[in-house]
Design a protein. Structure first.
Length: 215
């Protein structure tokens, strides 16, 4: 199954009719956060596939020209703090969970302490156990905004990774973990890294990934 993963920066190639060429064959869009809602809505409309997203630390409600408050991308599905099942074209089931936000550094929305992220991750446990009983595995893809501790993360508090995310990856053993938040200009190595069975990928802009889906 081919997925388009986006995060942090709106790219001209995706905010134009060229998105159909860049994302040819994509069956789902996964957003790791910090992207304008109209940008995500444009991609969703042009591709006509499901959009699953989490919130980034800079995501805030916005106001339209007529004064309406917009709190989410229209037509998308928030997986922030949730685990969902997505059907593929081959009639297989893709198990996806998400945890948005960054380490708390200013007290703004979508920022969490380590303890808060531990509790958020723990609330996924019942669904992941049910997934393992029903499907023989807990999770296929974990979508987060922040990085796991020690993988692609920064030394400053804002960009420090979460131990809770690393522990969740080790426990749930998804095939893939996608995150954003860490910009290439920070000088951190952004190459994909394996934690056990999981390929952890940092996304800045976009990645098109052919993911393996269990039968």
């Amino acid at each position: 199954m081919r997925v388009l993963v986006v995060s942090d920066v709106a790219e001209e190639a995706l905010y134009s009719p060229a998105v159909g060429q860049v994302a040819a064959g994509v069956e789902a869009v996964l957003s790791c956060g910090d992207l304008p809602f109209p940008y995500l809505e444009f991609i969703l409309t042009m591709l006509g596939v499901p959009l699953l997203y989490v919130a980034g630390n800079h995501d805030r409600p916005t106001f339209t020209a007529d004064g309406r408050v917009v709190t989410r991308p229209e037509g998308g599905t928030s997986i922030d703090g949730r685990a969902v099942r997505l059907r593929t074209s081959g009639d297989r089931t893709l198990l996806v969970a998400g945890l948005g936000g960054s380490m708390s550094y200013s007290g703004s929305p979508n920022q969490y302490t380590e303890g808060e992220m531990v509790r958020r991750a723990a609330r996924l446990a019942p669904r992941l156990v049910l997934n393992r009983l029903r499907h023989g595995r807990a999770l296929d893809i974990l979508v987060t905004h922040a990085a796991p501790m020690g993988i692609h993360d920064g030394e400053d508090l804002c960009h420090r990774g979460f131990v809770a995310l690393r522990r969740l990856i080790c426990a749930a053993r998804p095939r893939y973990a996608f995150h954003g938040h860490v910009h290439p200009s920070y000088g951190r190595d952004q190459s994909p890294v394996r934690i056990g069975e999981t390929l952890v990928m940092s996304v800045w802009g976009h990645r098109v990934v052919d993911v393996e889906v269990a039968g």
